[in-house]
Design a protein around this ligand. Structure first.
Ligand code: 2HA
Ligand code: ZN
Length: 272
């Protein structure tokens, strides 16, 4: 017997996380979106008949072909995702050939995947190339990160260093650094292409004056990275508000941490 798609653990987890993120004030109104690539086992259990769903045209990167992807709907309010999964979430199937996808489950009443679906599948494709376990992408308007794009460093190296200097664990969480896509219009193939480039060797990318893209093996991982970066941006904002920043952890101390943990900070970031 086929599994009810709404009984899949990740669907329930995504609903709970959406509510939590709304509660954190990161997903006001229809802000934010989540996608999750189903495991082989989850996908098979659904028993979907390929070709039977609504078709929607889209440029498809090869790395996501043949996959089933859970997605929040365009315009969905994260506050309401728990109460109305049939309309506000769904699972799409990406065919082996052709530039379109099929709406396999959910997204009822004519709903479509998130307006940022091109950037999500581009990010999945970039991450899958280096990590076969890649599964989750989340976007939202995490308040401290967004604020920091307006007052902090605009260069991605300087932005990363500003966070590394605040707490030892920052280097451990994102030794490859944080990418920054300079401001441009959202919901386009252009921003998807820029995000893909940054995600080839990073898990976390900021859209200047807009929000975040966090990728990971699980909802747990992508959310953990996001909440850590948002916390650090909040600390940065507090620190500069005082006007008394003492400089924090310096380059030599960061390199010492990297050696202790056996990790490699992004090349060219530390002057040691
Ligand atoms: O889904 O956040 O960037 C609404 C958005 C678009
Ligand atoms: Zn957004």
């Amino acid at each position: 017997m086929a599994t009810d798609w709404k009984e899949i653990g990740a669907v329930k987890e995504a609903q709970e996380l959406a509510y939590l993120m709304w509660d954190k004030n990161w997903d006001e109104a229809n802000g934010g979106n989540i996608t999750y690539i189903l495991t082989e086992k989850e996908a098979t259990s659904l028993n979907y008949t390929i070709g039977s769903g609504r078709k929607v045209e889209l440029q498809i990167p090869d790395a996501v072909r043949g996959k089933y992807i859970l997605t929040t709907s365009s315009g969905s309010y994260f506050r309401e995702l728990r109460d109305n999964p049939d309309d506000l979430i769904g699972i799409v199937y990406i065919p082996e050939n052709g530039d379109y996808y099929e709406i396999a489950f959910g997204l009822e009443h004519g709903n479509k995947p998130t307006s940022e679906f091109p950037a999500h599948i581009a990010t999945h494709a970039a991450r899958l190339a280096i990590d076969p376990e890649q599964r989750v992408v989340m976007h939202n308007h995490a308040t401290n990160v967004l604020t920091m794009t307006h007052v902090g460093p605009t260069d991605e190296r300087d932005f990363t260093l500003a966070l590394w200097r605040l707490i030892p664990e920052a280097l451990f969480m994102f030794p490859e650094g944080i990418g920054m896509v300079p401001y441009c219009a959202c919901g386009t193939q252009h921003i998807a292409d820029l995000t893909l480039e940054k995600m080839k060797d990073r898990k976390f990318v900021i859209w200047q004056y807009h929000g975040v893209f966090s990728a990971g093996k699980s909802l747990h991982d992508a959310f953990g990275l996001l909440e850590s970066v948002d916390k650090l941006c909040g600390v940065y904002l507090e620190v500069i508000r005082t006007g008394k920043f003492n400089g924090g952890i310096n380059d030599a101390e960061l390199m010492e941490l990297a050696n202790q943990w056996g990790i490699t900070p992004r090349e060219g970031y530390l002057n040691v």
